[in-house]
Write a new protein. Sequence first.
Length: 269
Amino acid sequence: MTTSARQRVAAFWDVHVESWLSGEDQLPRPLQGWFDSYVGVGPGAVTREGIPEPYHGDLLGLERTPRMVVLGLNPGEFRSRFQAHGSIFAKEIAEHGSYSRWATTCPYDRSPWTLPQEMGENRYYRARLAFTRRWLQDPSADHRDLLIFECYPWHSKSITAPLRPPPEIIEEFVWQPIAELPVRDVFAFGRPWDGIAQALKLPLTGELGSGGTAYGSKVTGRAVRTYGLPSGQRLVVEWHPGAAGPPSAEETALLRVALVGGSHAEVSP
């Protein structure tokens, strides 16, 4: 039986996270170069005390095949109560039997993470889910439709150095599984992803907004760059001054018309 890229990647991380949960933290050969590719300092220093988190969502389509793929930078700040050995999430992963199954449960947008006495509302995730609903023009879209891949799977409070992952690693662990999904566009928000795309030597296919062709955006400084992925899919990188999140409903409608055509009709989340 032929193993798909999604099955291969999910199985790899299931084994690695299970090993980590058991107290081992050796980096197999494919991961060592990935880990060494970023060297942050101060608040950007990387820790391996937290669960490595390469993606979130239903990678295998156990409940529903994702219809939206968004790229992140890394899993963010290490929170020992949730992400350390013996933590809340470590126990949840063990109960679900694998990282891949746990990742389908939307752990960062449910209790206990979102409890007021814990971390509260996850604005990062909610903004990307709202964008998913707007882009798909489907207000019923939920966490099963959204798949998030991280550029770098280990935790740090911030990013203080360039992220320059080995292209062959991103090809194997990110582009190949995405190629199996029924998505035309893959989205990345924030200017750092423009530098990452260039470092990965992806071909630039379009320039909209600031520094490119006007497409109706009313936000001064908003820039959109599109890059070709090996699969023929398209990476859409968007950023604007003062924020690294998805565009508003009105701006999403303008971007959708510019990239895929159609009318300016919106669907509110």
